[in-house]
Design a protein around this ligand. Structure first.
Ligand SMILES: Nc1ncnc2c1ncn2[C@@H]1O[C@H](COP(=O)(O)OP(=O)(O)OP(=O)(O)O)[C@@H](O)[C@H]1O
Ligand SMILES: [Mg+2]
Length: 159
């Protein structure tokens, strides 16, 4: 077996809360706003706390409180930054997409019901495909929804 040397940037103690975790993540959200490509990857065995950390308790129910997770906090940070810059004369068009990859299958979670195939309960995997364009990875035919507020996006994300 090869051996690898690595460090953790940060290890959180059991007493640290969602705000503490997000204090690390928020720098990545800022990087995304600055134009960098950012990916947050939650990995762990079942029951280890991925959904709790990313969404909040019960998968995000009541996610506007102190217990809300990384996703609702990130959404709020994006909109707060936009508001601050709009006050200086900038304007933004924000769109959201919601893509699931499960067992190597792409699923467009925002596809309109009329576009979904009937046989698998409404998934849309046939017409989605990944391709690369000018250094970007694009999923063709993915649904993009214009969003104008954090609250709207939190509802779309079912949190
Ligand atoms: N840091 C935490 N503080 C309090 N409760 C937590 C914490 N992390 C996880 N839990 C709780 O432990 C349970 C399992 O966590 P969670 O559902 O987030 O696991 P998961 O990694 O998403 O699992 P799965 O892979 O099955 O989806 C949930 O009831 C969750 O609320
Ligand atoms: Mg989960």
């Amino acid at each position: 077996m090869p051996s690898y040397t690595f460090d953790f940037d940060r290890v959180f103690s059991k007493d640290e809360d969602q705000a503490s975790v997000f204090s690390e993540i928020s720098k990545l959200v800022q990087s995304a706003l600055d134009g960098y490509k950012v990916c947050i990857f939650a990995y762990g065995q079942t029951g280890s706390g991925k959904t709790h950390t990313m969404m909040g308790p019960e998968g995000g129910a009541g996610c506007d409180g102190d217990s809300s997770g990384v996703i609702p906090r990130s959404i709020r940070q994006v909109f707060e930054n936009c508001s601050a810059l709009e006050a200086q004369g900038w304007s933004f068009n924000l769109t959201a997409c919601f893509l699931e990859i499960y067992n190597d299958t792409l699923r467009d979670l925002l596809a309109a019901p009329s576009l979904k195939s009937k046989k698998d309960g409404g998934k849309d995997e046939e017409k989605l495909d990944i391709h690369h364009e000018n250094g970007d990875t694009i999923v063709r035919n993915l649904t993009y929804v214009p969003v104008s507020s954090a609250e709207q996006l939190l509802v779309i994300g079912a949190c």
